[in-house]
Design a protein around this ligand. Structure first.
Ligand code: BG6
Length: 494
């Protein structure tokens, strides 16, 4: 389905996200015919650019990141415009009114306007108010939607405050909170895998599942984002949003029908059921870490404290591992081990469902473990691991695997997360955007962890290029388990 005709107003248009993600996503949607000719993009920021200089900047970015060229690139760039605005001064937003009107007239976009706040979070409350001061939020002539980038608040209190601020000027149906993990094809595939196969659903519960592992590992460090990251840490940067959303996809109940509300009802329900962790629980179920300098492949890699923008005595965690549980009928008593970190050995996001073993090992001392490995990125795919007889005498078993890789599909034309989410927002489909109650449920669960960290949370060191602090191994070893150590690529097809 194509996007509805509309004018996309990007606040923070001179920033990184705009030229690295947003404009490339819009260009690719245009290239594959998901955007009609009836659209325009109005970049807004403080920088004194004009239409021509903005187009030039975006054109260069598209050539660099997307290898764009030719008539398609020219045609796309002709839809781009720019307006310099002091984004914290409501009066200055007056300049937007004639610009947006003019674009609606020119492209016949019937007043439909998508605002994208790709700005520092301090402006998330300001922009809606300034738009409203000029009537740019009302839906009398065309729809008005507003996309909010993460972070949605800094903790439970600020998340509430931000919500109140935005809701003063935009109704919930107009607000699209973007979590780019929900835009990933393989995260959505979790739902299809679970709810369209009779094979898995009967097993997907505490009777057959021993435990679940969710890993969001990155091999890069904080790069040039030290200033931002230090105020955030792994907990706010990855866990509170991306990994809890993945957990919700693994654990939610099937929605009665596929529409935004029933899907998001189920997500919110499961997040509300996360077992609240008190300070005593956290002592035994949480491990925080920070990477230190190490040699990787003969090269010295800086520790977190040596990164640009990071205070030399910072206590910010670049790694966290948590054991949590979900208090409902499906999951009671099943541990979910969730970990994320920077400067780990490989970049990989995966979910591993560990099934219970047979009640009695017949053929060897220990029965093989059945595992379903859902590889979210990179090298997207699914691998089922189970035991088969070792050829030869006797009845010894060995682990074998059945693998599916997206790359083996004939035409794996996957939309990137930003392409998918921008397209959905332009179609008015909020299914893959976080609803306010789900965001609050996440913060409610995370707040005691933040408090614990602030008061007594010890941050252990781990060498860059390793799988985190040894305390994390001890955490999972308490139940006689070990973390899976995934490699960079899934096993090749056999
Ligand atoms: C972002 C975080 O939201 O997600 C980054 O701010 C992180 O720190 C990134 O690197 C990971 O996204 P992806 O899609 O590369 O897994």
């Amino acid at each position: 389905m194509k996007a509805e005709n509309n004018c996309i107003v990007i606040f923070g248009a001179s920033g990184d996200l705009t030229h690295r993600k947003l404009i490339p996503a819009l260009y690719n949607l245009y290239k594959i015919g998901r955007l009609t000719e009836n659209f325009s993009v109005l970049g807004v920021a403080r920088s004194e650019l004009n239409d021509e200089t903005f187009r030039e900047k975006m054109r260069n970015a598209l050539i660099e990141h997307e290898k764009a060229n030719g008539a398609m690139l020219d045609k796309f760039c002709s839809h781009l415009y720019y307006q310099a605005v002091n984004t914290s001064d409501a009066r200055d937003y007056g300049k937007l009114v004639p610009r947006i009107d003019e674009l609606h007239d020119k492209y016949q976009t019937c007043g439909n306007t998508l605002y994208y706040m790709s700005t520092p979070p301090s402006l998330y409350g300001v922009i809606p108010e300034c738009l409203a001061a000029h009537g740019l939020n009302t839906e009398e002539y065309g729809w008005k939607r507003i996309i909010v980038e993460k972070p949605f608040g800094y903790d439970l209190k600020t998340a509430h405050a931000l919500d109140i601020q935005i809701h003063r000027f935009f109704e919930e149906h107009q607000i699209y909170r973007i979590d780019h993990y929900l835009g990933k094809e393989t995260v959505q595939n979790l739902l299809v895998l679970r709810f369209s196969n009779g094979l898995f659903e009967p097993l997907w519960n505490r009777n057959y599942i021993e435990y679940v592992e969710i890993t969001g590992a990155e091999s890069i460090g904080v790069e040039d984002r030290g200033g931002y990251y230090d105020g955030s840490g792994a907990m706010r940067d990855m866990f509170q949003n991306h990994l809890l959303q993945v957990l919700a996809m693994v654990a939610m109940e099937p929605p009665a029908i596929i529409n935004a509300n029933s899907m998001r009802d189920e997500v919110a329900k499961v997040l509300h059921c996360l077992h609240p962790l008190n300070q005593e629980d956290l002592k035994n179920n949480l491990v925080l870490g920070q990477y230190v300098k190490a040699e990787i492949n003969g090269e010295t890699v800086a520790g977190y404290l040596q990164e640009k923008g990071v205070p030399e005595d910072s206590n910010t965690e670049t790694y966290m591992a948590l054991r949590c549980e979900i208090d409902n009928w499906r999951w009671a008593g099943v541990p979910f081990y969730v970990r994320t970190g920077k400067r780990l050995p490989v970049r990989v996001t995966e979910v591993v469902i560990h099934f219970k073993t047979t009640p009695h090992p017949v053929f060897s001392k220990s029965a093989p473990e059945n595992k379903l490995i859902i590889r979210i990125q990179p090298d997207e795919g699914i691998s089922m691991r189970f035991g088969l007889k070792k050829p030869g005498a006797g009845f010894e078993s060995k682990e074998v695997s059945m693998d599916f890789r997206y790359a083996d599909l004939a035409s794996p034309s996957l939309l990137t997360a930003y392409e998918r989410l921008l397209l959905d927002a332009m179609k008015g489909d909020a299914t893959l955007f976080a609803r306010t109650d789900a965001v609050h449920a996440c913060w409610k669960f995370v707040q005691p962890i933040l408090d614990y960290k602030a008061e007594r949370g010890r941050v252990y060191e781990y060498e860059a290029g390793t799988w985190g602090p040894t305390e994390a191994d001890k955490l999972i070893a308490k139940a006689g388990r070990v973390w899976r150590k995934p490699s960079g690529a899934m096993k090749k097809k056999v």
